[in-house]
Design a protein around this ligand. Structure first.
Ligand code: BG6
Length: 483
């Protein structure tokens, strides 16, 4: 499989939000850093809107002119982009697209086996099957590889996800399919395997004998503004927990893979997912940001695209239990919420108390926290400096900004796009992983969908429903300063 030569990147849904905010800026950053060479790469935007090349370039420009980007660099990059308009379900547009790509390939004198075609579907999943069919019919690379990148949501439950997987799987082989979960492209998520398996002191501690509970938390301090329509159909569990947080859980809980080969890593992740026990009702708290004032809801339901009686959770705290030798009895608390008091994403691993404590430590409950906005903190007991023999909780603190001053941390999408170009599937979700992830959440989601489980109202800007804090306490969580 060739990893060099003429490269055509096609962004389908080129005029949409995802393409403008994430895909094109990530491609631009790769270009600036020399990962995309102007004598090799050409980028094609494809969408239904009838606009010119320049119209598309102008729409994208402001998303690229950020930070240290120079406007000449932006202009150079934009010149690599061509636009083709066409529908997603008929051949005409795709034949035209194929013609444009072929022209580019001929111009670049693609020798046999050395042309590469990457199709990025920045589109709603409902059109994935038909778009994949059109690509297969009209745009396959005849002398090199063709790869397809898709974004979540991959289905709404086990059946719909399997249906989608079957439809796409009939057209493309698994090594051609790159299912993005952008959390797998985050620096600190990628650091998890290194932290766990390259540090001797963690190896013997990382198990049920020493760890009391694990929390994986996503909080946002804004609501679903502008995305109410999408969000109401999916809710927080499908939007964040079933994918992003569960992927993080896999990396925290999996056994050491045989090697760093993508299949070895993904094999271990699947085993974790398959060991998750059915979720218990009493270990779930759902919320929706809505204050009830004089019998009226204010908050999420104010969005015109959200139905007045929506039962969709914008907050969920769920305990998962892994039934295996390493983790039996250790609660993994997955918590995510919109419109809360702060924005953060982090992993907190809480260790058990020291047995036979001779210092009378009120809080020997140490934790390690991995904050996805780039720091790692480990709390520990130390002697309170001074004449007395007393202890205090302090911390080892690795802040990336201070320690790696001047190092630019790549955006998740940049990394994942580059991996796709290099054919490295390590940080992408394999089909069996996806199925196992849906297996865990589908029964709960169905009960929410039919209104059997209802979210509790919470105030915008709060910590979420108080019941979620109670659930945490029941799971053994002990709050320590800053942890
Ligand atoms: C997306 C969700 O997948 O992730 C959004 O659809 C969420 O609802 C976003 O805001 C969060 O990503 P990040 O990288 O800002 O944590």
């Amino acid at each position: 499989v060739s990893e060099t030569g003429c490269l055509s990147i096609v962004v389908l849904g080129a005029s949409g939000d995802l393409a403008k905010k994430k895909t094109f800026p990530a491609l631009f950053n790769l270009y600036r850093q020399g990962f995309l060479q102007s004598n090799e790469v050409h980028i094609f935007g494809y969408a239904r809107t009838k606009i010119s090349d320049d119209d598309l370039r102008n729409r994208i420009r402001s998303y690229l002119e950020k930070g240290s980007a120079k406007s000449e660099e932006v202009s150079e990059f934009l010149q690599l982009i061509k636009y083709v308009s066409g529908s997603y379900d008929t051949e005409g547009g795709f034949r035209m697209l194929d013609k444009e790509i072929s022209l580019h390939e001929e111009f670049r004198n693609s020798t046999e086996g050395s042309s590469r075609r990457l199709f990025y579907l920045a589109l709603p999943p409902s059109v994935y099957p038909v778009v994949c069919r059109m690509i297969k019919l009209c745009c396959m690379n005849k002398c090199g590889w063709t790869r397809i990148v898709v974004e979540k949501p991959f289905g709404k439950d086990l059946d719909s996800a399997e249906k989608l997987s079957n439809q796409i799987g009939e057209l493309f082989e698994e090594p051609q399919l790159y299912r993005i979960d952008h959390y797998l492209g985050k620096e600190l998520v990628q650091n998890l395997l290194v932290l766990r398996f390259a540090n001797r002191f963690f190896l013997p501690l990382w198990n049920r004998d020493n760890i009391d509970n694990v929390q994986i938390v996503f909080r946002e301090d804004f609501g679903t503004e502008g995305r109410g329509g999408y969000f109401d159909e999916y809710g927080i569990i499908r939007d964040i927990i079933q994918n992003h947080l569960l992927q993080v859980l896999c990396l925290v809980a999996m056994e050491k893979p045989v090697s760093l080969k993508p299949e070895h890593i993904r094999d271990e992740k699947v085993k974790v997912l398959q060991s998750v026990m059915p979720i218990k009702d009493e270990e779930v708290v759902l919320g929706q940001y809505n204050e009830v004032v004089l019998g009226q809801y204010h908050g999420y339901r104010d969005d015109s695209k959200v139905p007045d009686h929506s039962n969709t959770p914008t907050f969920a705290s769920i305990i998962l239990r892994i039934h295996n030798e390493r983790w039996e009895g250790v609660p993994f608390i997955l918590k995510a919420g919109k419109a809360l008091s702060s924005k953060k994403a982090d992993i907190r691993v809480q260790f058990k108390d020291v047995p036979g404590d001779i210092f009378n430590c009120m809080s020997s409950n140490h934790a390690i926290r991995i904050l996805l906005d780039h720091s790692i903190r480990k709390s520990m007991s130390v002697k309170q400096p001074g004449l007395e023999m007393s202890t205090v909780q302090s911390e080892l603190d690795l802040s990336y900004k201070q320690r790696y001053h001047g190092v630019t941390i790549p955006d998740a999408y940049e990394r994942l796009l580059l991996d796709t170009i290099h054919g490295d599937q390590q940080h992408f979700v394999r089909r069996d992983e996806l199925k196992a992830a849906w297996d865990i959440f589908t029964p709960l989601l169905h009960r929410i969908d039919i209104g059997e489980l209802k979210p509790i109202s919470y105030q915008q800007g709060s910590r979420g429903p108080a019941e979620a804090d109670e659930l945490l306490l029941r799971a053994g969580y002990i709050r320590t300063h800053g942890y």
